[in-house]
Design a protein around this ligand. Structure first.
Ligand code: ZN
Length: 309
C-alpha cells in the first residue's frame, strides 16, 4: 500500500466524501480537550480529527504526543493534524520529528505566486514523509487564539482558477475563502458568499446555485477534500448545508469549546479534579451533539481502517 492508503487523515476524509458526511477537526489546547473529544468519538462511533495550533508545540510540547497516543489507542479512527503552520522551517522540523498525520501548510499570507511555490515545495517534503497536506486558497480573514496574527489583511475569495493552481501544487485538502472568517462573526452571524437575500439568510436557505463554497466543491470534483475553516457561531442548519455541498473536514474551535469555557467560569471555586471531570463531561456532550449535526455519528466502522494497526 502507498503512504496515501495508510494515511489516517486521508482515510477518514475519503470515507466521509464517499458517505457524504462531515468530520469534525477540533482544536485541542490541553489534555482535557483530547480526552473529551476522543470519548465523544467512541461514544458516537464517529471518526475524528484532533488539531493542534503551532503555538501548542512551543507552549505545551508534550501535547502532540498525548494527542497521538489518544488517536492510536482509540477504538474509532482518529487522526492528528497541525493547523495553520506558517513557518517553513517549523513545518520541516515537524514533518521530520512529530507524529502528525497531516499538516496545514498555510502560506496564505504570501502573494499568490510565492504561496504556490512554497506550498508545492513543502507539500513535496511532507509527502516524502507520509504526511498529507492542506492549503488555504485566497485568504481567510481574522484570527483565532493560537494562530499567529497576520495583521489586517483583507479576505480574498477563492476562484476556480485558484483551485486548479493548488491542485497542480499537489495538495490533498483545500481550505477555501468563501466569506468564512476566523474568530467571531458579530451580530449579523456567518455570511458565506452566496448572494442570499436577508429573508433567505434568516430562513437558512442555502443558495447552491450562487454559493461560492458549492462552486469550489464542484471545481475540486473529488480531486482533493474540501475543508471549512471559521465555523464559530455556525448554527446546525448552516453546518448541515456546508456538508451537503461537499465539506468533509469541518474545523471547529469555539463552536465546541465555548460551553467548556462557560463551565470553567461558573465553577472556578470547585476542587480542581471536580472542575476538570465535570468539564470533560460538558465537552463530551457538546462534541457528541456536533458529531450528530455533521453526520459522522455511527460512521466509524466504515471510516477506513481503525487507527490501531
Ligand atoms: Zn483556520
Amino acid at each position: 500500500m502507498t503512504w496515501r492508503g495508510k494515511n489516517r487523515t486521508l482515510q477518514i476524509l475519503a470515507s466521509a466524501e464517499k458517505g457524504r458526511y462531515g468530520v469534525l477537526a477540533a482544536i485541542v489546547y490541553n489534555v482535557e480537550h483530547i480526552t473529551a473529544f476522543v470519548r465523544a468519538a467512541e461514544n458516537r462511533r464517529s471518526p475524528l480529527i484532533l488539531q493542534l495550533f503551532p503555538s501548542s508545540l512551543e507552549q505545551t510540547p508534550p501535547l502532540i504526543h498525548a494527542a497521538a497516543a489518544a488517536a492510536r489507542s482509540a477504538s474509532v479512527p482518529v487522526s492528528v493534524h497541525l493547523d495553520h503552520a506558517q513557518d517553513s522551517e517549523q513545518i520541516q522540523y515537524v514533518a521530520d520529528n512529530l507524529p502528525f498525520d497531516s499538516i496545514m501548510v498555510d502560506m496564505s499570507h504570501y502573494e499568490k505566486e510565492e504561496n504556490l511555490a512554497k506550498t508545492r515545495a513543502l507539500r513535496e517534503y511532507c509527502h516524502g514523509r507520509g504526511i498529507a497536506v492542506e492549503a488555504e486558497t485566497g485568504y481567510i480573514e481574522g484570527g483565532e487564539d493560537g494562530i499567529v496574527g497576520t495583521g489586517d489583511l483583507e479576505g480574498i475569495l477563492t476562484t476556480s482558477e485558484d483551485v486548479e493552481q493548488f491542485l497542480d501544487a499537489g495538495v490533498d485538502l483545500l481550505a477555501p475563502s468563501v466569506g468564512n472568517l476566523h474568530g467571531d462573526y458579530g451580530p449579523r452571524g456567518p455570511q458565506l458568499d452566496m448572494n442570499q437575500s436577508v429573508a433567505e439568510r434568516e430562513a437558512w436557505v442555502f443558495r447552491t446555485d450562487s454559493c461560492r463554497l458549492h462552486q469550489v466543491g464542484r471545481a475540486l470534483n473529488g480531486r482533493a477534500r474540501l475543508v471549512l475553516h471559521g465555523t464559530n457561531d455556525f448554527p446546525p442548519e448552516l453546518c448541515r448545508a456546508c456538508v451537503a455541498v461537499g465539506v468533509t473536514k469541518f474545523n471547529v474551535n469555539k463552536l465546541v469549546l465555548d460551553p467548556w469555557h462557560e463551565h470553567l467560569r461558573r465553577n472556578v471555586n470547585k476542587p480542581l479534579t471536580q472542575l476538570m471531570g465535570e468539564g470533560i463531561e460538558v465537552l463530551t456532550r457538546e462534541m457528541e451533539k456536533w458529531m450528530d449535526v455533521v453526520g459522522s455519528s455511527g460512521m466509524a466502522d466504515t471510516a477506513g481502517a481503525p487507527a490501531t494497526p
